[in-house]
Design a binder for this molecule. Structure first.
Ligand code: AMP
Length: 403
């Protein structure tokens, strides 16, 4: 195929993140971001990477996603990479919620759009924005294959015993309530990259993936297939995150409504935006929390301890789910950069074969690397995630398959 470029679009409610990749060598030709769409001071930040160009920034009104994509195309065109280029093979869209239905990347047609729309009740924040991005891109290049890559797809292999909540089955089914899991593109990429690092086939190993970013989730991957993950119907469940509470007694919600007089909207905001690390200590950036701990700040220390305690519970739980574990992989902003988090999460787990070498853990690098000592029973690794590359790879593979 002569067209080898893939544009990856991640459309949020007021932003579009994008990357243009050349799939001959998976190189990045350009990356950028449009923010504050719909406001007076929208901002476009574009970095051409192919010719070593400088980052260009532009501030001004960008009314909607269509205007945003046109602005992106104009920026790309300045370097000969515009949306109208014959070398563009496809556009890959990150779609947050694919429900039970979408188990794989899918070429978008009207029926696929309708199904993504049908899932809006379970992803009210994300799917509408993803749909807007897809519709706009289809208008601009109706002839081009557009592929949806779902955040939930990797988790559709979970057995019912892991995916079902223990609530009335009919009520659950009527409202499509079950564990879907998110960050699936990252869990898929990192579990495979971990196998590569160890020189094994993904089918031959069991991995616990810890995606620790501002949002955070863990997954248990057996033989390349996800068997459990910590996020649920929505990304609120599971680990302590930057601004989300993660697990708690669901009755906290009744209590806040009945005794605290809070509305459902207020509780939603509290648990999704004002909880987790920021709720516990006022900061959600692990760098700042570590700095405060170094200065003896007790609230920051407690927030860190709660974060680590929860993380350890999931590591133990997924160890038990898998039975045998070949590797634990840390990824995303915190997982890749915060050595103290990795050290604390593994502390005391020697009996499980989990050990961290202090020197290796202190190394900073962009490459996947082991931080467990030589000869350790379980490999502990830092594996940088690359969701855009994974979306581009899946998109291109599907388009080539259909060519
Ligand atoms: P992500 O959502 O994957 O982009 O991760 C963002 C989070 O990573 C930030 O909120 C920080 O908490 C964390 N982070 C990024 N860089 C560092 C660093 N050098 N040290 C510790 N934490 C970091």
């Amino acid at each position: 195929m002569s067209a080898t470029r893939v544009l990856v679009l991640n459309s949020g409610s007021s932003s579009v993140k994008y990357q243009l990749l050349d799939m001959r060598d998976s190189s990045r030709l350009a990356v950028g971001l449009v923010e504050r769409i719909g406001e007076e001071a929208s901002r476009l930040r574009h970095t051409p990477l192919s010719g070593g160009g400088e980052t260009r920034e532009w501030t001004g009104p960008i009314a909607d996603h269509e205007a945003a994509l046109k602005a992106v195309s104009a920026e790309l065109a300045k370097d000969g990479l515009g949306l109208d280029s014959p070398e563009l093979a496809a556009i890959g869209h990150r779609v947050v919620h694919g429900g039970k239905h979408f188990t794989e990347p899918t070429v978008i047609d009207d029926a696929v759009l309708a199904e993504i729309e049908r899932l809006i009740p379970v992803a009210p924040l994300h799917n509408p924005a993803n749909l807007t991005g897809i519709r706009t891109a289809r208008q601009l290049r109706p002839d081009l294959p557009q592929v949806a890559v779902f955040d939930t797809a990797f988790h559709t292999t979970m057995p019912e015993s892991a995916a079902r909540y223990a609530i009335d089955v009919e009520t659950a089914d009527r409202h499509r309530i079950r564990r879907y899991g998110f960050h699936g593109t990252s869990h898929a990429y990192v579990s495979r990259a971990t196998a590569r690092l160890l020189g094994k086939a993904p089918e031959d190993m069991n991995v616990i993936v810890l995606h620790l970013g501002n949002g955070a989730s863990a997954s248990a991957v057996r033989g390349g297939r996800c068997v459990d993950t910590s996020m649920g119907l929505t990304p609120l469940e599971g680990l302590v995150m930057g601004t989300r509470s993660g697990d708690m007694d669901p009755a906290v919600i009744f209590h806040l409504a009945r005794v605290g007089g809070m509305s459902i909207e207020e509780i939603d905001t509290l648990l999704n935006k004002k909880s987790g690390l920021i709720g516990l200590c006022g900061d959600n950036d692990m760098r700042e929390i570590r700095r405060r701990i170094d200065e003896g700040d007790e609230r920051a220390q407690l927030a860190f301890d709660i974060y680590i305690h929860r993380l350890k519970k999931y590591i133990g739980a997924y160890y038990a789910v898998l039975g045998t574990v070949d590797a634990v992989a840390f990824t995303a902003g915190v997982g890749e950069n915060a050595a103290p988090v990795r050290e604390a999460a593994m502390a005391g787990l020697e009996q499980l074969g989990l050990l961290v070498d202090a020197e290796l853990n202190a190394v900073r690098a962009d490459e996947p690397r082991l931080i467990s000592p030589a000869g350790a029973r379980v490999a502990v690794a830092v594996v940088p995630t690359d969701e855009e590359l994974e979306i581009a790879t899946q998109t291109y593979a599907l388009v080539e398959e259909n060519a």
